[in-house]
Design a protein around this ligand. Structure first.
Ligand code: ZN
Length: 94
């Protein structure tokens, strides 16, 4: 019985790990695709997604900031806010 519970726990842990890895992979792909967007101002392909609002500084956000995949736009949640920022010339656009 104990063995069965352990194996169930193990499978659940494996499943959670696989799900977390899949999520991290999908997130990386998403930000890498944004990073390849061409800047309408200078033509560089070094684009970051601008994040608005209060951020939870978790490991994934720290990594995304370190990679220049995201920049923080502050707490102004206006609808006219740009969505992207060029890491080369700092042009922002929607
Ligand atoms: Zn640019």
């Amino acid at each position: 019985m104990a063995r069965r519970i352990n194996s169930k726990k193990y499978r659940a842990a494996q499943k959670a790990k696989a799900e977390a890895e899949a999520k991290a992979k999908a997130e990386r792909k998403y930000y890498q695709e944004i990073n390849q967007k061409v800047c309408p101002n200078c033509g560089a392909q070094n684009t970051a997604l601008i994040l608005y609002g209060l951020m939870n500084f978790d490991e994934s956000l720290k990594r995304n900031l370190a990679n220049n995949w995201v920049v923080l736009g502050g707490c102004d949640l206006s609808e006219t806010n740009p969505a992207y920022e060029c890491n080369e010339c700092h042009h922002t656009w929607k």
